[in-house]
Design a protein around this ligand. Structure first.
Ligand SMILES: Cc1ncc(COP(=O)(O)O)c(C=O)c1O
Length: 516
């Protein structure tokens, strides 16, 4: 055995880092630290208590070699148990409510477990509830151990022996407040008990989602009617015996939206790859810190990883569908600038230099716009041939004549050189990226390069400017147009380009052109 190797993965449970929040907690006087339990090998803090529950069951003789572990789980207890079962040679059956993410279900199956999914929106006593189904399976399975995390005191016991001492050590005893979400309540009970025993002044603050009954129970000893919510792992619709309300000094309520948006901020602003209930715990801790306004050390437990919620919390569509991401992000997406016209997408690349731009731009489908220009251009050319000093003709001094001459020059300029429409080195702005990105591009003192194309790369400033203006007027947001510089005087293929709404990529790459 190599000196620093572990004999199996279970020995890697624990020793998770304690990290100070740098950006999310700037507005509070307290120093907020997070305990990164999502870095455990099974992906959550449940690794600690499942190991303790299984070890104790083995010691008592409740779990025999080759036996089956059954549990009602929101996913993380399942992962911990499945990991232990893989190492120690047990079978597993897990019963989950149907609101849990597909990632969690898939990962339990990946560990080799059997997963039974039950409806979330039924009473706990209902025979279809995941608690009832788990009990039934346990009763019918020979050589089976029902871990029963809601009523097994080895659940808080695991945290008392492992998580609590670690936080105490990490903080050197200088912890003032411990904040955690509560599902079974085992984490709070175990860690809380340990901390209070070592420092009675430590405050324990539970975090509860709107819809769960803990909040009202702690605040006013009332059992209110629970209702469903989306955040996973925390809150309850009954009182498990692992939950110890007497330990709590305070409880903070958070809603789904706060949980999810804070979880996203944790990942994006702090680099902490944590899930929805971590967002809940941090949102609750920040509310508490704001309310007290004290300079103290707050430790928040981050239970599990963002990887378990990629299809939900970290999926804009899911968030929007469920009303947690209002409207479109920021000013909307770049595609909003495109309006609702039907688009025809024609692609071209650098090798298309010899293709007629009218062919590339699909003028045959144009209703009087670009096709008409081309007819005028051809007419001008014919006239040009006959009359070389066209500009000297009185007709050329009329408004219409000057306009047509200008256009003719541009069209000639454009012929066969799609490549020249492209401003190399421009910023890439994707169709479905937030419109805010255009502002960011501009704030880096580069032209906002966006136009009405399906795939947007760089294009000349004039087009960007016009397009942004269109969008801004429609959206009524003046920020879009402020400080935009006028287009460069250099030859923009003006209306032709504007009408065709062309754009392209860097030289030599495939680039799309679109027409509306
Ligand atoms: C993601 C997540 N967060 C928080 C909790 C709450 O932990 P506890 O059951 O120890 O109260 C759970 C419990 O399942 C969970 O899965």
């Amino acid at each position: 055995m190599l000196p620093r190797a572990r004999s199996n993965i279970l020995e890697a449970i624990g020793r998770t880092p304690l990290v100070k929040l740098q950006r999310l907690a700037r507005h509070v006087a307290a120093d907020v630290y997070v305990k990164c339990e999502y870095m455990n090998p099974g992906g959550s803090m449940k690794d600690r208590m499942t190991l303790h529950m299984v070890t104790q069951a083995e010691a008592r003789g409740d779990l025999e070699p080759g036996g089956t572990i059954v549990e009602a789980t929101s996913g993380n207890t399942g992962s911990g148990l499945a990991m232990i079962a893989a190492v120690r040679g047990y079978h597993c059956v897990f019963v989950m409510p149907d609101k849990m993410s597909q990632e969690k279900i898939a990962s339990l199956r990946a560990w080799g477990a059997r997963v039974v999914v039950c409806p979330t929106a039924v009473e706990p006593e209902d025979p279809r509830s995941y608690y009832s189904v788990a009990k039934r399976i346990a009763a019918q399975t020979p050589n089976c151990f029902y871990t029963n995390q809601y009523h097994n005191q080895d659940n808080p016991g695991g945290h008392y022996r492992s998580t609590g001492p670690e936080i105490w050590e990490d903080t050197g005893g200088e912890i003032d407040v411990f904040v955690a979400g509560m599902g079974t309540g085992g984490t709070m009970a175990g860690v809380g008990r340990f901390l209070k025993e070592h420092k009675p002044s430590v405050k324990l603050v539970g975090v509860d989602p709107v819809g769960s009954l803990y909040y009202d129970y702690v605040k006013s000893a009332r059992l209110t009617k629970p209702f469903t919510y989306k955040v996973e792992g925390i809150g309850e619709d009954f009182l498990p015996s692992t939950f110890d309300p007497k330990l709590l000094d305070d409880i903070v309520r958070v809603d789904d939206k706060e949980c999810f948006l804070t979880a996203r901020d944790l990942v994006r602003l702090e680099g902490l790859y944590a899930g929805g209930s971590s967002g809940a715990a941090v949102a609750g801790a920040l509310k508490y810190a704001q309310e007290t306004g004290k300079k103290e050390n707050i430790v928040v437990l981050l239970p599990d990883s963002a990887s378990k919620y990629l299809s939900k919390v970290f999926n804009d569509e899911w968030l929007r569908e469920n009303g947690f991401l209002e409207g479109r992000p920021g000013l909307g997406v770049v595609a909003d600038l495109l309006g609702r016209q039907k688009r025809v997408l024609i692609t071209a690349d650098a090798a298309d230099r010899d293709r007629r731009p009218d062919e590339l731009l699909g003028c045959d489908r144009d209703r009087g716009g670009y096709a008409e220009q081309l007819r005028e251009r051809d007419a001008l050319r014919r006239r040009d041939r006959r009359r070389p000093r066209l500009g000297a003709h009185p007709w050329a001094r009329s408004d219409r004549g000057r306009r047509l001459l200008r256009r003719a020059r541009r069209v000639r300029d454009l012929a066969g050189s799609v490549d020249r429409l492209v401003d190399p080195g421009g910023s890439l702005v994707g169709l479905h990226e937030p419109r805010r990105r255009l502002l960011r591009v501009r704030s880096r003192r580069r032209a906002a390069r966006c136009c009405r194309t399906a795939t947007i790369r760089s294009c000349r400033r004039g087009v960007a400017r016009r397009t942004v203006r269109v969008g801004a007027r429609r959206e009524g947001d003046p920020r879009d147009v402020r400080r935009l510089r006028p287009p460069r005087a250099s030859a923009l293929p003006g209306r032709l380009l504007e009408r065709a709404r062309t754009a392209g990529g860097r030289r030599g790459t495939a680039r799309p052109l679109a027409r509306f």
